[in-house]
Design a protein around this ligand. Structure first.
Ligand SMILES: [Zn+2]
Length: 464
C-alpha cells in the first residue's frame, strides 16, 4: 500500500521522500513495532516521557507550578503510578477558567509552530487549546496507522460528511480534493476525497453520496443511522461502498447492526477529540478499541479515583504525552469507558471495550444510580403499526421528569403515546413522567453533533 512520491529530481523508484514524509514514515516504522510490545513494556516506555512532560509543565506553565506545589509534588517526586495519581484531575471547567495560564511560556523550537485549536464543544462554550508541529505529526501518524490497520485500498475514494463553517462545502456539490490529506499524500496512493458540510439534509447527503459513489464513508454515527434508513426507504444503494468510518459521537451498537443489515458492511470507529487528538482506534480484528499509548496516557478511574479493572466502567482521564505548548496532565475529558481485557490480536496497547459517551448523556435515576440509555426505536417489531418517528430527542429535566421531542408525520394517538412512553421508560430504567412535544425539526448542536438523550440534572461527583 505504501507508495512513496519521490522528491529528488530524476528518481522515481524507490521514492526518496522529503523531510515531512520522512518524519511520518520514521514514526510509522516505530508504531509498527511498538504496537506489539507487552502492556508492561509500554508502561515502562511511557514513564520517562511522562516525567519529561511533567518537568516541562512545572518549569514553564504557571498554572501547573502553583497546582503541583499545592499538593507538595515537585516533578522529582514522581517515582511511580501512586505518585502520578496524586496529580489532581483537571476538569474541562478548570481548563476553561485557567485560559492562557495553561500555556507554556517556553515551547522548544523543535516542536514546530504553535497553532490554536478551538473546540466547539456541544455545551456551547468553546475551549481554546494549543497544538504544535509535533502534535500534528502524531495526529498524522495515527491517521496513517488507522488506514494501515484497516487495509484501505489504493485508489479508494473517500467521502466525508463533517462539521465545517456554514459557508464551506455546501450541498449539492460539496468540495473535492485529489488526495486524503497530509497523513497519506505522497505516501499512500489514495484516490480522491470529497467533503460535504454536515449542515445539509439527509436527502441532500444521500444524493451527494450517490453522485460521489465512494469506497469509504467517514462521518458521525447519527448521520450513518439516518442514511441507512433513508437508503432503505428509497430502495437506492451505494454499490461501491466498502467501509463506514465513524467519529465524533458515541457509536451505539445498533448502528453497527444497521450498517451490517442494510449495507452488508462493517463500521470502523475511532475515538478522538479536537483538543487532544487520537485516544483510541478500533482493533483491526475486533470491534473494541486500542488506546494509542505512544501518544497518550489514558486512565479509566472509578468514583474513588482508582483505576478500573477489566469489565468496569469509569471516567476517562487523559494525558497527551507530547503537547509542550499546552500540557494537559490528567485531563478529565468528560467521557466514560469500559476497560477491556488484553486483546487476542496480540497488540499490547490497552483495550477499551466500550466508549459509553459523555456525562451529559447519562441518565440519573432517583436512587442516584446512573446509566447511558440506549433508546432504540427503529428496530422494534412492535413499531410496525406506528407512524414513522423521523427524529427524537429525550431530555431529562429532573429526577422524576423527562421531555421527549418528536418529529412525526402526524401526532400520535393517546394510545400510541402511551406505548411510546413505556418504551422510553424501559430504556431509561425508571418510570419517569414523560411529556411529549411535537416539533418540525431537532437541530444538531453547533458542533454538528446529535444526541438521542441529554440530561439536564446537575451531575455530582464528576470531578476530583
Ligand atoms: Zn486487538
Amino acid at each position: 500500500m505504501i507508495d512513496i512520491v519521490s522528491t529528488v529530481r530524476g528518481i522515481s523508484w524507490p521514492g526518496i521522500p522529503g523531510p515531512f514524509i520522512s518524519q511520518l514514515l520514521a514514526m510509522q516504522f516505530q508504531l509498527d513495532r511498538t504496537q506489539w510490545l507487552t502492556a508492561e513494556q509500554i508502561v515502562e516506555r511511557q514513564k520517562p516521557q511522562l516525567g519529561r512532560l511533567l518537568a516541562h509543565a512545572y518549569d514553564t506553565v504557571p498554572y501547573y507550578r502553583q497546582r503541583l506545589d499545592e499538593v507538595g509534588l515537585p516533578p522529582a517526586g514522581i517515582q511511580g503510578p501512586d505518585d502520578w495519581r496524586r496529580i489532581p484531575v483537571l476538569s474541562r471547567a478548570e481548563v476553561q477558567a485557567a485560559g492562557e495560564r495553561l500555556f507554556s511560556a517556553s515551547v522548544p523550537a523543535e516542536h514546530g509552530p504553535v497553532s490554536k485549536l478551538f473546540t466547539s464543544g456541544s455545551t456551547g462554550r468553546p475551549l481554546l487549546a494549543l497544538g504544535t508541529g509535533v502534535t500534528q505529526l502524531f495526529w498524522n501518524a495515527f491517521t496513517l496507522r488507522d488506514h494501515l490497520w484497516h487495509r484501505r485500498v489504493s485508489g479508494g475514494r473517500l467521502a466525508a460528511i463533517r462539521s465545517l463553517p456554514a459557508e464551506v462545502a455546501r450541498p449539492p456539490e460539496g468540495i473535492r480534493s485529489n488526495d486524503w490529506g497530509p497523513a497519506t499524500a505522497g505516501i499512500v496512493d489514495t484516490g480522491s476525497a470529497a467533503t460535504l458540510n454536515i449542515h445539509s439534509t439527509v436527502a441532500e447527503q444521500a444524493d451527494w453520496l450517490e453522485r460521489e459513489d465512494p469506497d469509504y464513508l467517514l462521518t458521525y454515527p447519527s448521520v450513518v443511522l439516518a442514511l441507512t434508513k433513508h437508503f432503505a426507504a428509497s430502495g437506492r444503494k451505494l454499490p461501491g461502498l466498502r467501509e463506514v468510518r465513524t467519529f465524533g459521537e458515541l457509536l451505539e451498537p445498533q448502528i453497527r447492526t444497521a450498517v451490517r443489515d442494510s449495507w452488508g458492511l462493517r463500521v470502523v470507529d475511532m475515538y478522538s477529540s479536537q483538543e487532544v487528538g487520537y485516544l483510541a482506534l478500533q482493533c483491526p480484528k475486533h470491534e473494541h478499541y486500542h488506546v494509542q499509548s505512544e501518544g497518550v496516557l489514558v486512565e479509566v478511574l472509578d468514583d474513588a479515583g482508582e483505576p478500573c479493572a477489566p469489565g468496569e466502567v469509569g471516567r476517562v482521564v487523559i494525558t497527551p504525552l507530547h503537547n509542550y505548548a499546552m500540557p494537559l496532565l490528567r485531563y478529565e475529558i468528560g467521557d466514560y469507558a469500559e476497560v477491556g481485557a488484553s486483546c487476542p490480536c496480540g497488540r499490547g496497547l490497552p483495550v477499551l471495550s466500550r466508549i459509553l459517551g459523555r456525562q451529559r448523556n447519562m441518565a440519573i435515576l432517583p436512587d442516584g444510580s446512573r446509566r447511558w440509555p440506549s433508546i432504540e426505536l427503529s428496530g422494534r417489531e412492535d413499531l410496525a403499526d406506528f407512524p414513522p418517528i423521523e427524529q427524537f430527542q429525550v431530555i431529562q429535566r429532573s429526577l422524576q421528569t423527562a421531555e421527549m421531542l418528536l418529529v412525526t408525520p402526524r401526532p400520535l394517538t393517546p394510545a400510541e403515546e402511551e406505548r411510546l412512553r413505556g418504551w422510553v421508560q424501559e430504556a431509561l430504567g425508571h418510570p419517569f413522567e414523560i411529556s411529549l412535544t411535537y416539533v418540525r425539526e431537532i437541530p444538531r448542536s453547533k458542533a454538528g453533533k446529535f444526541e438521542d438523550f441529554r440530561c439536564e440534572v446537575e451531575q455530582v461527583g464528576s470531578t476530583a
